[in-house]
Design a protein around this ligand. Sequence first.
Ligand SMILES: Cc1cc2nc3c(=O)[nH]c(=O)nc-3n(C[C@H](O)[C@H](O)[C@H](O)COP(=O)(O)O)c2cc1C
Length: 342
Amino acid sequence: MSTEQVIKNQQHSNMWRMSVAPMMDWTDKHCRYLHRQLSRHALLYTEMVTTGALLHGDVARHLRFEVEEHPVALQLGGSEPADLAHSARLGEQWGYDEINLNCGCPSERVQRGAFGACLMNEAALVADCVKAMVDTVSVPVTVKHRIGIDRNESYEFMRDFVGTVADAGCQVFIVHARNAWLKGLSPKENREIPPLRYEVVAQLKKEFPHLTIAINGGIKMDATVQQQLEVVDGVMIGREAYHNPWWLASWDALYYGDDSRQRTRESVEEQMVLYMEREARAHGTHWYAIARHMLGLRNGLPGARRWRQVWSDHRLKHLAPAEVMKLARTKPQQASELLSFA
Ligand SMILES: Cc1cc2nc3c(=O)[nH]c(=O)nc-3n(C[C@H](O)[C@H](O)[C@H](O)COP(=O)(O)O)c2cc1C
């Protein structure tokens, strides 16, 4: 590899240092907007969008996002090289910074479509898919996968998968450090029951030092992030980022050496209210569809429960978001007086 390529890879690998995982029904554009208020640098992933949805569905509905969300990666689900190339091109045209292929989702619906985690059994097909996308777009094409399928815990199986796909032009792998058991477990159980084996990901990085390797799965604390950043290039956080979004507010200073933006939970809430007003005006989005993602913002603080209850109270749906914020910040007794006028 040339020096130029090595430098390019090093700059690249910083892009994956911290990221928020793709999560269906959770990491929609509203959720990403919230996360971007908290961290300027973390890479944000979309929910998985299938090639079928982009070929036959409403492209704008699936791909529209705010310019403030950058850097943002589009995750695709599919297994047809031509369809993936078409979808990747759309993603690039809509401005996404990366195209990611899902080779880690174990749900039955996804298996019936023959994509997601079962693609790990088809390394040559994944290589074709990656090549078709790499030949079509100039943004990075990356793969998110598991460390194995079913009870097969062979390191060589994953190594050969990564080797084959890397040869087709993929330089970045995000590895969910547990197997996917394709039979008998729900997707939720598949995120909890197969054991985490971080050491396998470390071994992968050792064997492919020139590739960018990010680790994912069960990471909830800075201490673990710091340990992992000694070993691999990046850490992807899923559920903890969603349930405890305030964690992201410390990432810029801790992981990117950037402490230029001071935020408080209140200032983030105020930004979200402005966003709710803009979204309502421009797209008719109800604030309720946005507020559902920020319910964990005050976790751990006194009064968090009541704040969360106000922002998720469907009886307040007729109020403007600024009014809801006022109620959420009001002491319970005053709030009931305010509510009786609402
Ligand atoms: C609600 C939910 C939806 C998910 N949807 C996707 C998805 O669309 N694509 C994907 O690759 N992984 C998906 N995942 C898996 C996460 O990206 C991540 O790999 C997993 O949650 C493990 O990371 P964590 O322990 O930090 O949560 C989903 C996880 C959750 C909780």
